[in-house]
Design a protein. Structure first.
Length: 246
């Protein structure tokens, strides 16, 4: 069985594929088959990420990849209510005639882009910046989900594939919080989010049961909203870590 997943940039293309098979006999025998794969048009919107102190403003980039010329594009961002407000959009592409943002409810905002007369949006382009205010309050990871996409093609052809790639806003309030990841070499890394010029103690334990004891791993004074900390290679022992202010 042959499987493949075309990239959005390959939308609208016709591709000839040849597969060869060779056995292990002596001398080896081989044969091939050639077939054509036609990829439908594709439109992909991706939204970037940012981090910001609660009560401050931030922007995230919006990018477009489309294999067909578009006269109009619209999509919604879905996010957790209670953290983000006052959305607006600033286009950064000369082919865009207008760009608007309309908040539908506390957890959804609609964005609309229209191309200039006689022009279209096509290829890999930067749409602009989606900007927002954050509400004072708790810290949170706020995913930005691209939903309800729609597009009008220049040639009025139907769009076979509409893809949204999410971003997020990290809102840093009074509480610190941690994010664990594995790097490319399977090493453990920990990102500490908190407020600049504040000291945080990293405490660890191997047991969350009653009476578990926490030991101090290190102390960190943040100079920015985050700091990445290497924890070394993986072990078979569970480890739980928290950040507290001394």
């Amino acid at each position: 069985m042959f499987c493949g997943l075309p990239a959005c940039e390959q939308g609208g293309s016709t591709n000839q594929i040849t597969i060869w098979a060779t056995d292990s006999s002596s001398p080896p025998k081989s044969n091939s088959v050639t077939f054509t794969v036609t990829v439908g048009d594709c439109v992909q919107v991706s939204v970037g990420s940012n981090m910001v102190q609660a009560g401050q403003s931030a922007c995230v980039p919006a990018n477009l990849v489309t294999s067909v010329g578009l006269t109009n594009l619209n999509f919604s961002l879905a996010y957790t209510g209670g953290f983000l407000t006052n959305w607006n959009v600033t286009p950064s592409n000369s082919g865009i005639a207008s760009a608007t943002a309309q908040t539908v409810d506390p957890s959804h905002t609609q964005f609309n882009f229209a191309a200039r007369n006689g022009r279209s949006l096509q290829g890999a382009i930067v749409l602009g910046s989606l900007c927002l205010d954050t509400l004072p309050g708790a810290s949170a990871f706020v995913p930005l989900m691209v939903t309800n996409m729609g597009a009008a093609a220049l040639n009025n052809s139907p769009i076979a594939t509409l893809i949204g790639q999410q971003g997020r806003v990290v809102v840093v309030g009074p509480q610190s919080f941690l994010e664990a990841m594995l790097d490319t070499n399977s090493g453990r890394t920990l990102t500490l989010y908190g407020n600049p010029r504040v000291t945080y103690d990293l405490l660890s334990t191997t047991n969350l049961g009653v009476g578990s004891s926490w030991s101090t791993m290190s102390s960190v004074i943040l100079t920015e909203l985050f700091q990445t900390i290497g924890l070394g290679s993986m072990t078979n022992q569970a480890q739980f870590i928290k950040a507290v202010q001394p």
